[in-house]
Design a protein around this ligand. Structure first.
Ligand code: 4NP
Length: 150
């Protein structure tokens, strides 16, 4: 059975689509499945933000076919690990957990690395540089996760 990892942010168009694409590219496709979701439903059905698509493309990843979806409580049944980008995502998801075992699946993505900050900042209202920074920190965290999973 595959290990299943879910990446979660607010909109599921900027940060978590990058995290999905980056981690999936670093793990064995036959044994690890990576997906992403948002805590909010503003962009459901949409592709990732063009700025996330562009920065992924710069590093050789195509995330353009991803489709935004909202996190659902049933994701706790499906996924083994749930990585959130910031503390707001953490509390939003934790409030949906039905028991301790589900709550324990949730981790801040940057808890996997030592980069001096604990949250992946929301780049949505900023410029392209913000997307580059976010890419780099997500990449470091996914490298650490992939080492554990592979
Ligand atoms: P994300 O960024 O959580 O990294 O996907 C955002 C995308 C959209 C919005 C906020 C954050 N929004 O307010 O529409």
């Amino acid at each position: 059975m595959k290990t299943k990892v879910l990446m979660v942010c607010l909109g599921n168009i900027c940060r978590s689509p990058l995290a999905e694409g980056i981690l999936q590219s670093k793990v064995d496709f036959d044994t690890v499945l990576v997906d992403s979701a948002g805590t909010a439903g503003y962009h459901v059905g949409n592709p990732p933000d063009p700025r996330s698509v562009a920065v992924a493309q710069k590093y050789g990843l195509d995330i353009s076919a991803q489709k935004c979806r909202r996190f659902s409580r049933t994701d706790f049944d499906e996924f083994d690990f749930i990585y959130v980008m910031d503390r707001n995502n953490f509390s939003d998801i934790a409030s949906l957990a039905r028991n301790q075992q589900e709550a324990e699946k949730i981790k801040l993505l940057l808890s996997e690395v030592n980069v001096g900050i604990h949250e992946v900042p929301d780049p949505y209202h900023g410029d392209e540089d913000g997307f580059e920074d976010v890419y780099q920190m997500i990449d470091l965290a996914c490298e650490a996760i992939a080492k554990k999973l592979n």
